[in-house]
Design a protein around this ligand. Structure first.
Ligand code: PMP
Ligand code: GLN
Length: 378
């Protein structure tokens, strides 16, 4: 078979989780909680499965869930997304992102990404014949150089992909950053995909600045979210997209032939839970406690910790510990010290190595403390 992705191998998340399993290492690599979701949510899923909500959901998603999302976005971000024409439920944020790219990208279109970048964007753009134009976030603050962004936009630029809060850097955008993007969108013909799956995980009193707030460029922005991150259910693979109706019309043309619809009982269960629980309003405090616990522990190791303002990830430089490449170091750490991490070079198209690994702290406190014990020996 002639590969469509000749330079791509198995995603680092699968590689590191498999290695962690093989060596019984603590898995702080792939981003998922090691604790269960709220039993209330699980019992709603049982309820809908046993009550025979087991056939196809509407292609657009279960109506109640779309209505609740519309209300959530208008109450939090004062935005105005019509549940009929501007919201769609997807099989995880991944499928939403894949489908947005398949909807928009023609051969030779350029797509701007900021690196380090979540590993899904580049291969998907390339599958549809698009060309990646990467901008490096300025290490170690990982800030955006807006002048460079403006210079890189030209007639071929079709899409800018922004992940905020950012995986893997933990950086969040300010209100001023959003204003700059707003002006750039007004001055150009390109669209923007806002991957906001960690919108409810921000720390130190800083609030998430959603692109859903930018009403003047609503017709150019796709917003993507994930209930996996919101309710500790990454395995359910339920996400969503918000987009102005003309954009959504095109999105749905592709989506209907991509998966058609998404797991039915999960959508009903999530809708009930979203309606009756304020769970997500407490996520910031919940994860900030874990970040602080983990950072405190890391201080007793030889890792140099980078800051994390959001997401459930934190990165650290290991130059004082080892001369190995980050790939090799992550393997060594998993096999010999029983802690699995993600080497940050996996998030660069040219595998730039800053001697940094990413830890996921969406874990039980006892798991984090056990990992710290192992890391102290380095
Ligand atoms: N975007 C980012 C930045 C992510 O970290 C993830 C993590 N899974 C996704 C998208 C995909 O979300 P989902 O699991 O809902 O497909
Ligand atoms: N988003 C998760 C992470 O960054 C992993 C998702 C996946 O395994 N594809 O770790």
């Amino acid at each position: 078979i002639k590969s469509k992705l000749p330079n791509i191998s198995t995603t680092i998340f699968s590689v590191m989780s498999q290695l962690a399993n093989e060596h019984q290492a603590i898995n702080l690599a792939q981003g998922f909680p090691d604790f269960n979701a709220d039993s209330e949510l699980i019992s709603r899923l049982n309820f809908y499965s046993t009550q025979n909500y087991n056939q196809y959901a509407p292609m657009t998603g279960v109506e109640k869930l779309r209505i609740l999302l519309s209300e959530k976005y208008s109450s939090i971000y004062q935005s105005d997304y019509d549940f009929q024409n501007e919201i769609n439920i997807t099989s995880g944020a991944s499928q939403a992102i894949f489908n947005i790219i398949s909807t928009l990208i023609h051969p030779n279109d350029e797509v701007i990404i900021f690196e380090p970048a979540y590993d899904l964007y580049q291969p998907t753009v390339e599958l549809f014949g698009g060309k990646i134009v990467s901008i490096q976030l300025k290490y170690p603050e990982y800030s955006i150089d807006f002048e460079e962004l403006k210079q890189k936009i030209n007639d071929k630029t079709k899409l800018i992909i922004v992940n905020n809060p950012n995986n893997p850097t933990g950086r969040i955008l300010s209100e001023n950053d959003l204003k700059q993007f707003e002006q750039i969108l007004k001055d150009s013909n390109c669209y923007l995909l806002a991957d906001e799956v960690y919108e409810h995980i921000t720390f130190d009193g800083k609030s998430h600045q959603s692109f859903a707030k930018l009403k003047s460029v609503k017709d150019k922005v796709f917003i993507v979210g994930s209930f996996g991150k919101l309710f500790h259910i990454t395995g359910w693979k339920i996400g969503y997209i918000l987009a102005e109706k003309e954009l959504m019309k095109e999105f749905r043309k592709c989506h209907q032939f991509n998966t058609f619809s998404t797991h039915t009982p999960s959508q009903y269960a999530i809708a009930d839970y979203l309606e009756n629980s304020d769970h997500y309003l407490h996520l910031n405090d919940f994860f900030q406690q874990k970040r602080d616990l983990f950072v405190d522990g890391l201080k007793s190791t030889n890792f140099e910790i980078l800051s994390s303002e959001g997401t459930y990830f934190i990165s650290a430089n290991y130059s004082k510990i080892s001369d190995l490449s980050d790939d090799e170091f992550a393997k060594e750490l998993t096999i010999n010290h029983k802690v699995a991490t993600i080497p940050i070079s996996a998030f660069y198209h040219d595998k730039t190595d800053h001697n940094i690994v990413r830890f996921c702290f969406a874990k039980k406190d006892e798991t984090l403390l056990m990992a710290i014990e192992n890391l102290k020996n380095l």
